[in-house]
Ligand binder design. Structure first.
Ligand SMILES: *[C@@H]1O[C@H](CO)[C@@H](O)[C@H](O)[C@H]1NC(C)=O
Ligand SMILES: *[C@@H]1O[C@H](CO)[C@@H](O)[C@H](O)[C@H]1NC(C)=O
Ligand SMILES: *[C@@H]1O[C@H](CO)[C@@H](O)[C@H](O)[C@H]1NC(C)=O
Length: 978
């Protein structure tokens, strides 16, 4: 009966509602009508894609609306909670009229706009939660009017400006959450008025200044997170009076000075995080009284002295992080105790020394042990297997010697073994094969030798193997294909031989394969076509041979291929079908056939090196699509045709190396648009026509080699615009005209070769301005006339000067005698006369021969010179002269050889500096970047407090190590990239 009645009433109300809502209002209570209308207006300003406010309609009683709480009499709305409802829009000013409201929770939505200052009139509000939205603007000072407020959480927004000082009026406040905003300014000094404050979160803002000593007024404070701000000065010792404190996180600020001893009074402290500050002095022994301490991170500071904190005192300790300080000495002998809970101990990048700290082996609970980047020496103890729960052993970058103990095989929990950068010798023990959970083994940069044991392939969890830079010999284990999880295999720079086992193709997760710098041979197995994840493969400096299997064209993720310095032959077409290539280096093989034009589909290609092969045909015009091309090397092949004009699209090009081909046509004038061009080598081809004046626009050009072509015309004036030019070589062409005087602006020239042309006129005086000239100034075999300018005596660094086979006349300027660096000089076959400068007497006669009237040592002395021509030579004299000539030419040959070597070395230097990632130049690792001292670990976000909920999340984010090891892995990936 009752049911029917209410049903009827319901229908009746519905009917009325459709007629006139205000009429319904008169039937129900006044107060909730007001609230109904208010809330409907609030709703109208919000977007509600998930329908959280679907039942907010006049036909339903407001107290039944989703997210609404009313008082016991169902008269007043006292709670509004739409947290995590996916709503957007702005917070309505109307809310401020819900004067009975006690709880307002709109957290975790997509609200924007600012926090209306009118909310300050909600005098009954006890909880205000707006965190995790997109709110901007300042925190209104009117918030300070909410005298009953207990919980204020508005963090994780875009709030700016300062913390309003009025906040200190909120004397009931338990929780103040302002983290993850853009707040600046200082902490209000009156903060100590908040006598009831339990949790205080300022982390991830831009707050600065001191942490006020008045904070000691917050007597109830349990959690204080001020990490990732710009706080400076000392940690106030008054913090020591916050007896209830459990969590103190001041990581990543600019705090300085020592740790106040008073912190040791915080007997309930379980988390102390001071990482990434500028704190110094010793770590106080007194901290040992913090017997509740579970996680202690003092890393990345300037602490010195030895370890004084003891696990035997800090019995609850689970994590100890002291990395990146200046700590010295040893682990105290009383550090560990039976029953220790210590899981993680990180001592990386300090100055600890001595033998492996055996004391730590007594803390058998240790899971992660990081001693990297110290000066530990001696062997890795065989008793390491006392750490029966060890998952990560991080001993890299020390000076450990000896071999890897076979007992390592007893630590069945081991997942990560990081021993790189030591002086370990000996073989990998076969017992390693028992480590079923091992996923990372980094032994690189050691002196280990012997075979890679087949047993290693029993570690089927392995995902990363890095043995770079050891002396491993023998074959890659045939059974490598068992490692189905293998992602990284880096065996570069060892003495491995034999061929690649076909089973490697079954490591289907493989992404990086680096086998370069070994003695491997044979051809690439067909099974490689299964390596669909592979994005990097480097095989350079081995003796691989044969054609590339066609099946490799199925590898669509390849980004980096370096097969240089092997004996591969046939077409490299199968390597060109990935459109992801960024680097392709096949230098120094025997590849033949034309260059596949589909290579141009890899539009991100920035390094293409195909030099020293037997490639034929033309340069594909499709290369015009390679807008990112930076290094373009097709030298030493048999390419024909012209440089395709489409190549002018590759505006980022820095190196164009096309020498020693059979290319023809003109040197394109569009080369002038290559602003980044540093190196242009078109030598030993059949280019004709002029040297285009536009080349003068390539203002970053360092090396311009156009020699041994058929260029004609004059050297353009614009050459003088190339003010960075180091090398200019146009010898063996058919150029004519004068040397432009603008050449004096090429101040950086250290090699200038203009020989074997038809250049005329005098040698410009201005050449003497090029005082960086060192390798050579070669003007020989031209038609130069006039005198040798005395200014050439300024070229103090010059080592070789060749002016031979010209029409030069007059005296050898005495200034030339100052060229003390000169060791090859050739002035022969000119019309020079007079006295040879005395400092030249050490040069052979051939340097001066065939000049009309040149005299003085090494030629005949000037006094007798008149009769010289008429002198009859005896047979013996002729013989002596012939012997001398043979002797001097031998010497010249040797000197030339020496000079060639020098030049070659110089070029090597230049090309090494150009060699980027993936090149085959061994680069020394930056050891300082190893370990945990990277920016990425400095964010202090592990085990800091959940910024909104104030729940410490020590386990959730599982610590430093993750970050730290992650870095190591990142580094290893980079390392493998070399
Ligand atoms: C705080 O940031 C605002 C901009 O958001 C700026 O105008 C103001 O000067 C800053 N105040 C301080 C104390 O740095
Ligand atoms: C420390 O913690 C204990 C146990 O939670 C608690 O009973 C005690 O009151 C705390 N000490 C202070 C000073 O708050
Ligand atoms: C090793 O880990 C196991 C399983 O988590 C645990 O039960 C055991 O107590 C740990 N051993 C030590 C010495 O902490």
């Amino acid at each position: 009966m009752k049911h029917i009645f209410s049903n009827w009433l319901c229908h009746f109300l519905l009917l009325l509602a459709t007629l006139d809502t205000s009429f319904v209002a008169t039937l129900s209570n006044d107060a909730d009508t007001t609230d109904t209308n208010l809330l409907l207006r609030v709703k109208s300003e919000l977007v509600d894609p998930l329908g959280a406010m679907k039942n907010w309609s006049p036909t339903t009683h407001v107290c039944k609306w989703n997210g609404i709480t009313c008082d016991v009499n169902q008269k007043h709305v006292i709670g509004l909670n739409l947290s995590g409802s996916g709503i957007s829009g702005s917070i309505s000013v109307e809310l401020s009229n819900l004067i009975s409201l006690q709880t307002l929770d709109l957290s975790s939505n997509s609200l924007n706009g600012s926090i209306p200052l009118e909310l300050g009139s909600l005098k009954n509000l006890r909880t205000l939660q707006l965190y995790s939205n997109y709110l901007s603007g300042n925190i209104p000072k009117e918030i300070g009017n909410l005298k009953k407020l207990q919980v204020l959480r508005i963090g994780d927004n875009f709030l700016t400006g300062g913390i309003p000082p009025s906040i200190i009026n909120l004397s009931e406040l338990n929780v103040l959450g302002l983290g993850y905003c853009h707040l600046n300014g200082t902490i209000p000094v009156g903060i100590g008025n908040l006598k009831n404050l339990v949790s205080l979160d300022f982390q991830m803002n831009s707050l600065s200044g001191l942490i006020p000593k008045e904070i000691k007024g917050c007597e109830m404070l349990q959690n204080f997170a001020g990490s990732n701000n710009m706080f400076e000065g000392e940690i106030p010792s008054s913090i020591g009076s916050l007896k209830a404190l459990r969590i103190l996180n001041l990581a990543n600020n600019s705090l300085s000075g020592p740790i106040p001893i008073s912190l040791s009074y915080l007997s309930n402290l379980t988390y102390l995080n001071l990482l990434g500050n500028k704190l110094n002095g010793e770590i106080p022994y007194e901290l040992n009284s913090l017997i509740q301490m579970q996680k202690l991170d003092l890393s990345s500071n300037n602490f010195s002295g030895s370890i004084l904190v003891l696990n035997t005192k800090l019995k609850s300790l689970e994590t100890l992080v002291l990395s990146d300080n200046f700590l010295t000495g040893k682990i105290p002998s009383s550090f560990c105790f039976k029953g220790s809970k210590l899981n993680q101990i990180f001592l990386a990048n300090n100055i600890f020394s001595g033998k492996f700290p055996l004391e730590l082996l007594n803390c058998s609970s240790i899971q992660q042990l990081d001693l990297s980047g110290n000066s530990f020496e001696g062997g890795i103890p065989s008793s390491i297997d006392k750490l029966q729960n060890l998952t990560d052993l991080v001993l890299n970058n020390n000076t450990f010697v000896g071999s890897l103990p076979r007992e390592i095989g007893n630590i069945s929990t081991l997942e990560g073994l990081f021993l790189f950068g030591n002086f370990l010798t000996g073989e990998i023990p076969v017992e390693i094969g028992r480590l079923k959970r091992l996923n990372t083994i980094y032994l690189y940069d050691n002196q280990m030798s012997g075979f890679i044991p087949r047993e290693l392939t029993n570690c089927t969890s392995l995902s990363e193997i890095d043995f770079f830079g050891n002396h491993f010999t023998g074959h890659i284990p045939e059974t490598i294909g068992k490692l189905k999880n293998l992602v990284l295999l880096h065996l570069r720079q060892n003495d491995l031989s034999g061929s690649i086992p076909p089973s490697l193709g079954y490591c289907k997760s493989l992404q990086v394969l680096a086998l370069a710098d070994n003695k491997l041979s044979g051809s690439i197995p067909h099974t490689f076509s299964y390596l669909s994840e592979l994005f990097k493969i480097t095989l350079y400096n081995n003796s691989f041979e044969g054609p590339i299997p066609h099946s490799l064209s199925s590898l669509k993720n390849l980004k980096i291929i370096n097969f240089s310095h092997n004996k591969f032959s046939g077409s490299f077409f199968p390597l060109t079908s990935s459109n992801s290539l960024t680097l392709l280096d096949l230098t120094n093989n025997s590849f033949s056939g034309p260059i596949p034009s589909n290579l141009a589909n890899s539009v991100n290609l920035h390094r293409l090196r195909l030099g020293y092969n037997n490639l034929t045909g033309t340069i594909p015009s499709e290369f015009g699509q390679l807008n990112d091309l930076n290094f373009f090397d097709l030298s030493f092949n048999s390419l024909t045709g012209e440089i395709p004009p489409q190549l002018s699209n590759s505006r980022k090009i820095e190196h164009i190396l096309l020498s020693n081909n059979r290319l023809s046509g003109k040197i394109p004038n569009w080369l002038g648009i290559f602003q980044q061009l540093g190196e242009l080598d078109l030598s030993y081809n059949n280019f004709t026509g002029k040297l285009p004046s536009e080349i003068g626009n390539c203002s970053n050009l360092l090396k311009l080699c156009l020699h041994n072509n058929n260029l004609s015309g004059e050297i353009p004036q614009e050459i003088g615009n190339l003010t960075s030019l180091n090398v200019f070589n146009i010898q063996s062409n058919s150029l004519n005209g004068h040397i432009p005087s603008t050449i004096q602006q090429c101040k950086k020239l250290y090699e200038l070769r203009l020989s074997q042309n038809f250049l005329t006129g005098t040698i410009p005086f201005e050449l003497g301005e090029l005082d960086e000239l060192q390798v050579i100034l070669d003007l020989s075999k031209n038609l130069f006339t006039g005198e040798i300018p005395s200014s050439l005596g300024n070229l103090m660094k010059l080592e070789r000067l060749n002016l031979s086979f010209n029409q030069l006349q007059g005296k050898v300027p005495t200034s030339l005698g100052k060229l003390t660096s000169l060791h090859v000089l050739n002035l022969s076959n000119n019309h020079l006369e007079g006295q040879i400068p005395s400092t030249f007497s050490g040069f052979p006669r051939s340097s001066f021969l065939n000049n009309n009237r040149l005299c003085g040592s090494p030629l005949v002395s000037c006094t007798g010179s008149t009769s010289q021509g008429k002198m009859q030579l005896s047979n013996t004299q002729v013989a002596v002269i012939i012997v001398a000539i043979v002797f001097t030419s031998t010497v010249i040959c040797l000197v030339m050889l020496y000079i060639m070597l020098r030049i070659w070395c110089n070029w090597r230097k230049v090309s090494i500096s150009n060699d980027a990632d993936g090149g085959n130049v061994a680069m020394k690792k930056e050891e300082s970047r190893w370990g945990c001292n990277d920016q990425k670990t400095r964010n202090g976000e592990y085990w800091n407090m959940n910024s909104f909920g104030f729940i410490p999340s020590p386990d959730k984010n599982n610590s430093v190590t993750t970050t730290c090891f992650f870095n190591i892995k990142m580094e290893a990936m980079e390392n493998a990239n070399k």
